[in-house]
Design a protein around this ligand. Structure first.
Ligand code: EPZ
Length: 426
């Protein structure tokens, strides 16, 4: 399994704080990673690539301005805010806009950094943060939709350079935060409680470089497991982060999908599992929650699987209530999906029928590829640049499992239709 995009991005940003080179290993080959490399280079951090490994050489006198034209292409750029503030005592980061899955506020990030003594102003669409000195404090990061993953990352990074002890209450518990804390501790930080709602950081002043292997990508792993199930396949997945996907495995098993562990290695973050499923699936209910609940990043993919269940399933999205752009596209393929606000009823059908559909966001695009694999006939998914942000050659992985997916040549496509790249899934 490739390294996790959502762990790698804040870890690349955290490298800005190091006073010597940082080696990150096992990164996925994704456009979001490329964008972060571009942003770090602009900030004065030299990045050398060696396959899936990066060597990051931060600068003592780099820039602290993350410009809008990079930030607008990738909201996750906001995760340089805390590291820049920690390293340089100031940061100018363009306010990330919303995106296809809904509003993406950063109020909790800013409130957290202010609690550490930063002054925050908005200037021409940029967040301007300044702190002559950061001081440890108790920071509450609970919001109306739970905690904030990248907000926790920002405050954790800044707190490593604060004088005294910082306690983050209502911290995000996602595995990506645990992986970041593990990396920061290798750099000389003193962080305890990562993965729980209360994280304690003892300020250290400076951080050294380190050598860190990024955790496996649990969302890609979950997507591949659903791909196996939706095609009634018989697939063995290696390096599978089983204990980071227990909520997803619980729901898969409730539908009649078998997830069988094939080894007894501990911890079960990189184990081997065998996925098979019954011919017809049972309907289930699930609600997306902060970790360890069902991850919002697998909601669209699971909804697609439930289109093939015998009965009505109910999907409730509690993290990004508008994260349903895939619903109308699945309907074009014959799915019976009815949305009421943040809840969707999925009435199972015998088959989906291939059709031209359009991707609008990263995980929604993956759900359309899965639908195309299981549908009768051919499906063409356009705007798959969304897919490439979070999946490295998904079609190659799926084709090795028996799928028939062909990526159109973007140039030929551009000449033919002056349209963005697309893939044909059947
Ligand atoms: C991370 O985004 C992930 N991205 C997202 O994955 C993931 O969906 C999300 O966490 C939730 O798990 C990366 O790690 C790069 P949040 P993040 O701040 O940190 C609200 C993918 O597909 N909120 O945890 O930006 C927010 O509106 C991406 O890989 C505030 O109200 O998400 C949302 O409803 C998509 N105020 C909820 O909290 C804030 O200051 C969770 O957002 C911040 C967030």
């Amino acid at each position: 399994m490739d390294g996790s995009k959502n762990a790698a991005l804040p870890e690349m940003a955290a490298a800005l704080m190091a006073t010597s080179p940082v080696h990150l290993r096992g990164l996925p080959e994704l456009s979001d990673i490329d964008n972060m490399v571009r942003l770090l280079a602009e900030l004065g951090c030299e990045v050398e690539r060696d396959g899936r490994d990066l060597r990051l050489i931060p600068s003592a006198d780099g820039s602290c301005h993350a410009r809008y034209d990079i930030v607008r292409t990738m909201r996750a750029s906001i995760c340089v805010l805390g590291p820049l503030l920690a390293r340089y005592g100031e940061a100018r980061v363009a306010m990330p806009g919303g995106c296809a899955i809904g509003d993406r506020p950063v109020d909790l990030h800013l409130r957290g950094l202010e609690a550490l003594g930063a002054t925050i102003e908005l200037d021409g669409g940029d967040i301007v943060a300044k702190a002559d000195r950061l001081t440890g404090a108790t920071v509450f990061l609970g919001g109306p939709f739970g905690s904030t993953v990248l907000g926790t990352a920002n405050v954790m990074c800044a707190a490593t350079h604060a004088e005294g002890v910082t306690v983050i209450e209502s911290a995000a518990c996602e595995p990506e935060i645990m992986d970041l804390a593990d990396m920061l501790n290798r750099m000389g930080a003193s962080i305890t409680g990562a993965g729980t709602p209360r994280v304690t950081i003892r300020g250290r002043g400076t951080l050294e470089g380190c050598d860190h292997r990024v955790m496996p990508d649990r969302i890609v792993a979950g997507t591949l497991a659903i791909a196996a199930a939706i095609t009634n396949g018989d697939v063995t997945l290696e390096d599978f982060p089983l204990d980071h996907l227990l909520a997803v495995v619980d729901r898969l098993q409730a539908t009649g999908v078998s997830v069988q562990r094939m080894d007894e290695l501990e911890p079960a973050q990189r184990c081997t599992v065998k996925i098979t499923s019954e011919r017809r699936l049972k309907p289930v209910l699930f609600t997306t929650q902060p970790y360890p609940g069902f991850p919002t990043d697998l909601q669209a993919q699971m909804m697609t699987l439930l289109c093939f269940a015998d009965g009505n399933s109910i999907v409730t999205e509690k993290i990004f209530p508008d994260r349903f752009l895939h619903v109308s596209e699945l309907t074009r393929m014959g799915a019976q999906v009815y949305r009421q606000g943040g809840t969707v009823v999925v009435q199972g059908v015998q088959d989906l029928v291939g059709a031209p559909v359009m991707a609008s966001d990263l995980r929604g695009s993956a759900s359309l590829v899965l639908a195309g694999m299981a549908a009768k006939g051919t499906t063409t998914v356009s705007r798959i640049y969304h897919l490439d942000r979070g999946y490295a050659n998904l079609e190659c992985q799926l084709n090795t499992l028996g799928a028939e997916i062909e990526r159109f040549d973007p140039d030929a496509e551009a000449q033919a239709q002056a349209a963005p790249s697309q893939a044909e899934v059947c």
